[in-house]
Write a protein that binds this ligand. Structure first.
Ligand SMILES: Cc1ncc(C[n+]2csc(CCOP(=O)(O)OP(=O)(O)O)c2C)c(N)n1
Length: 636
């Protein structure tokens, strides 16, 4: 392709050159960005709808701001694909979310234009307040502009309000761009969402108010007097006419509602926002999936999508195979809810992702979506349990991190019977370090009175969910992303009452203790060791907290050494629990931990990630050989 026909995206020096383009060229660039996002994501999968919705907004922001000097903080960051394309990463964009390729989220180590790393929701305003206050305190950078771009879904998260509360108080020079597409992953929920919807449907009120203010001020004598009459007149007018009164009461000046697909209109309002003192909320209306009709028609399916055909929007047919852990959980919960009408389910904006949509369909009145509010979800569950119900809070491991205090203070300290159904425990692949469920065993194991159950396969997930719901105390149940192992399932889950350590292979020599996905790996490693003439036993530890000393002690005492295998950080995880048990009971044996390393694991396909960190059959085998060597038997 020669220079004349090459895409603007490849020809320009971005983002700087954006300022030199006329409106027609800017629209052409938007079309190119959109086409590139659709092309690449159709091959690798990713957050298509959110990113297509903010193409014009991203262009307008970069045309008006001087990134990287000015800072744009993307909330969640799943909508940052256009930003990546416009900040020097177009040539590598096709590698997004692949091992060694671009991250699917903003990542400062990837580009100086990624002002802050994100992945979890509702953090952008806090970070923005911090960046803006830091700039204000610095003599050289006091003219820095800070913009936080947050979705209406992310605005259901409490942290955003804590930040606005502070920004309003400090009069922080920050612009919060509210990217309102009426969607979280699916339709947004809650009172704030209804409020925003009223603002969207009455946009003319904003213009009326601006006109009214200007006109009143112009009346000779009267205007000044009206304003001199004090705030209460303004307040009265505001309450009656101001659409953004909620934000104004928090100390923000409100601009909106702006058409988020009109670059010129956006640029005007961005400029206007920058002329105002103190915090500003710029309310932008966008369409999720804009410009790709399958995504506009099914924005929830295209929120995060696997590779798909561009003409039809259909994903490649799956290879079939066993159901996912998520689906098994969702259906088992419905079966158990039928038997016990105290069972209710809570999700934080992830009904389909957690499988709780099955409960929503079967028992809509026993299903609660609290929005992106994990801390509240757990506090709410505590209240429900105190009120006599059996709440099951279904969260991804990584998002449960948000609710740690509520787990300790509101549920475990009073010993309430809440079940934490923890999906995506372990590595999650392409979403990477912000989303890996690497820490839950470590942080939950420290909490007194919390039973932690970990199934080795999907049938055990069914049984352990029944176990959890039969207990009168808090229980955490952790299981991985992806498909089960293909074992037979029951229509009616039956609780397991023990043993908690299940002997799967008795070989003598080295003891491989697995939990969760670590069990299958331990079994495969035992086979491989056996082929080399090295005996190994394998046990499945399905209750990680508290560990059963009486069941584990005899096993440890009758083997030469032990290897623990877990898909959790080895720091403070299952292996540590076994080491503590050995210390407590006076057992001295050589020991190795196989698990996630003490570092943040990058993004990419699971096979590459497991290989890179040694969470493989070979990794377990090598650990077993080291234990054997240290036991003294290896040299014999
Ligand atoms: C703390 C936390 N909980 C849940 C999620 C999962 N999640 C990612 S995007 C999203 C919806 C965000 O909606 P919105 O902010 O409106 O952005 P949109 O996708 O509509 O552009 C959710 C629930 C998350 N990233 N972080």
């Amino acid at each position: 392709m020669n220079g004349a026909t090459a895409r603007l995206l490849d020809r320009l020096h971005l983002p700087e050159d954006l300022r030199t383009l006329d409106p027609v060229e800017l629209r052409q660039l938007a079309a190119e960005v959109r086409a590139e996002i659709i092309d690449s994501i159709s091959c690798v999968g990713g957050h298509l709808g959110p990113s297509l919705g903010v193409v014009e907004l991203t262009i307008a922001l970069h045309a008006e701001l001087r990134s990287p000097y000015d800072k744009i903080v993307w909330d969640v960051g799943h909508q940052s694909y256009a930003h990546k394309l416009l900040t020097g990463r177009a040539d590598r964009f096709a590698t997004i979310r692949t091992y060694g390729g671009l991250s699917g989220f903003p990542k400062p180590s990837e580009s100086e234009h990624d002002a802050f790393g994100t992945g979890h929701s509702s953090t952008s305003v806090s970070v923005g307040v911090g960046l803006a206050e830091a700039a204000r305190l610095s003599a050289d950078e006091s003219d820095r502009r800070v913009f936080a771009v947050i979705g209406d879904g992310a605005l259901t998260g409490g942290m955003a309000y804590e930040a606005m509360n502070q920004a309003g108080h400090l009069r922080t020079p920050l612009v919060v761009v509210l990217n309102d597409n009426e969607m979280s992953i699916k339709k947004n929920v809650g009172a704030i969402s209804s409020y925003l919807s009223r603002l969207r449907t009455e946009p003319t009120l904003y213009r009326w108010r601006r006109d009214l203010e200007r006109r009143v001020q112009k009346f000779p004598g009267i205007g000044e007097r009206v304003y001199a009459m004090g705030e209460h007149v303004k307040e009265g007018v505001k309450a009656a006419l101001v659409p953004g009164v909620l934000f104004e009461e928090l100390g923000f000046q409100y601009i909106g509602v702006v058409d988020g697909h009109d670059i010129e209109a956006l640029r005007l309002d961005i400029r206007r926002a920058m002329t105002l003192d103190g915090p500003v909320l710029l309310h932008v209306r966008t369409i999720k999936g804009k410009g790709y009709s399958p995504a506009e028609k099914a924005p929830d399916r295209f929120h995060g999508i696997s590779p798909f055909s561009i003409p039809t929007g259909e994903c490649a047919p799956g290879s079939g195979g066993p159901p996912s852990y998520t689906e098994v959980f969702g259906k088992a919960l419905v079966a158990l809810a039928r038997r016990d009408d105290r069972v209710v389910g809570i999700t934080a904006a992830m009904a389909a992702g957690t499988g709780l949509d099955h409960l929503e369909q079967a028992f809509p009145e026993r299903f609660f979506d609290v929005g992106i509010a994990e801390g509240h979800a757990v506090g709410f569950a505590a209240g429900l349990a105190a009120g006599g119900l059996r709440p099951v809070v279904a969260l991804y491991s990584t998002f449960l991190q948000r609710a740690y205090d509520q787990v300790i203070h509101d549920v475990c300290l009073p010993g309430l019977p809440v079940v934490f159904a923890i999906d995506r425990a372990g590595l999650v692949g392409e979403d990477g370090p912000t989303h890996h469920g690497a820490f839950d065993l470590s942080f939950l194991r420290a909490v007194p009175g919390l039973t932690i159950l970990v199934p080795k396969d999907e049938a055990e997930l069914q049984s352990l969910l029944a176990t959890a719901l039969s207990m009168d105390s808090p229980v955490a149940l952790r299981y991985p992303r992806g498909r089960g192992l293909g074992v037979p399932l029951r229509d009616h889950p039956i609780p397991i009452e023990g043993p908690w350590v299940e002997m799967l292979r008795t070989g003598g020599g080295i003891l491989l203790l697995g939990t969760g996905t670590g069990v299958a790996l331990a079994l495969a490693a035992a086979e491989a060791l056996d082929a080399e003439g090295i005996p190994a036993s394998v046990a499945n530890v399905r209750k990680v907290h508290p560990l059963d000393d009486d069941e584990l002690r005899p096993l440890l005492e009758t083997h030469l050494g032990v290897v623990t295998v877990e898909e959790n950080t080895i720091v403070g995880g299952f292996g540590s629990a076994v080491a503590e048990l050995m210390q407590r009971t006076g057992i001295i044996r050589p020991m190795e931990f196989v698990g996630l390393p003490d570092e943040f694991v990058t993004h990419g396909d699971m096979r590459s990630l497991y290989g890179a960190i040694g969470f493989t059959v070979a990794g377990v085998q090598e650990a077993a050989m080291r234990v054997l060597a240290r036991s003294g038997a290896g040299a014999a």
